[in-house]
Design a protein around this ligand. Structure first.
Ligand code: ADP
Length: 263
């Protein structure tokens, strides 16, 4: 418990720092890109200079992607929420996810038997799934199985405290499991830090998981990671069930029904 709290305080501090730097850096980039595009639109610009300006603009674009990732991590990006069934979001990205993981990895999607209304920015949650699927693919170079499963879980006060999150209550859960290389504890503790990567130079930016972290936090949710080297990794993403949707009543009735087995 202590360790989890320390961890979330550390992430909070990194978020503040990264967000501040990214914000100021972004303003500088806007100046570079603004004058760059003026130059680019100048008909009198000679061919060799045009190429040089293009290089500058390409580099500025890459830098803008980095700052955008950092801003998402530090929750400085605004989200537009709508009430949607989380099962529909999974259905919507299923094809796209199987394309990401390639032919050697099998995708198994299992949806909860009841609606899971959540107030989310669906584009952002799709981004989360894409980032997780990309990492899962990288963790299974010789193929394997990716399981995406939705469920409903009542979160109690003790769990909330242990994870340093908002309010107890019903949560929609997406669990994403791979049968890949897994991680040791040392790596697992650091995956949400911006720029942390174990991949070769040029292969990974180390921002994918930070973006996941920021988006889920922005949705008042949280992410848990379970991993075992040589066995695989499971991410569990918790999003609060929408309090306003009439669908939630039906789903909550299901939750009250005692079911066999527990998590
Ligand atoms: P990147 O993918 O660019 O390295 P990420 O932030 O997405 O950056 O991931 C950080 C690190 O977390 C990865 O380099 C890897 O070590 C670890 N990681 C993330 N997802 C998985 C996974 N599914 N299996 C094993 N390791 C993972």
């Amino acid at each position: 418990l202590e360790e989890k709290l320390l961890q979330s305080q550390k992430m909070e501090a990194i978020g503040q720092l990264a967000g501040g730097v990214a914000h100021d850096f972004n303003n500088i980039l806007m100046v570079i890109m603004g004058y760059g595009s003026m130059l680019r639109n100048d008909a009198a610009l000679a061919a060799p200079h045009r190429e040089q300006v293009d290089r500058i603009m390409d580099a500025a674009d890459k830098a803008a992607q980095l700052t955008s990732g950092l801003l998402t991590f530090s929750r400085k990006q605004v989200i537009k929420t709508q009430t949607v069934d989380l099962n529909d979001v999974i259905r919507h990205v299923e094809k796209f996810l199987s394309r990401i993981i390639g032919e050697d990895v099998q995708l198994r999607a299992v949806q909860a038997g009841h609606p899971l209304p959540v107030d989310i920015d669906a584009n952002q949650i799709e981004q989360v799934l894409v980032n997780l699927a990309t990492n899962a693919r990288d963790a299974m170079p010789r193929g394997g199985l990716l399981t995406v499963e939705t469920s409903l879980q009542r979160i109690d006060a003790a769990f909330v405290q242990a994870n340093g999150i908002g309010e107890p209550g019903p949560f929609a859960v997406i669990s994403i499991s791979d049968t890949g290389v897994g991680m040791d504890d040392q790596t697992r503790k650091r995956i949400f830090e911006p720029f942390f990567t174990t991949k070769e130079v040029g292969k990974g930016t180390g921002l994918g998981m930070s973006i996941v972290y920021g988006i889920i936090k922005q949705h008042s949710g949280f992410v848990n990671v379970y991993s075992e080297p040589g066995i695989g990794t499971t991410f569990r993403i918790y999003l609060p069930l929408s309090a306003t949707s009439p669908l939630a009543e039906e789903t909550l009735r299901d939750l009250e029904q005692p079911r066999g087995g527990s998590e």
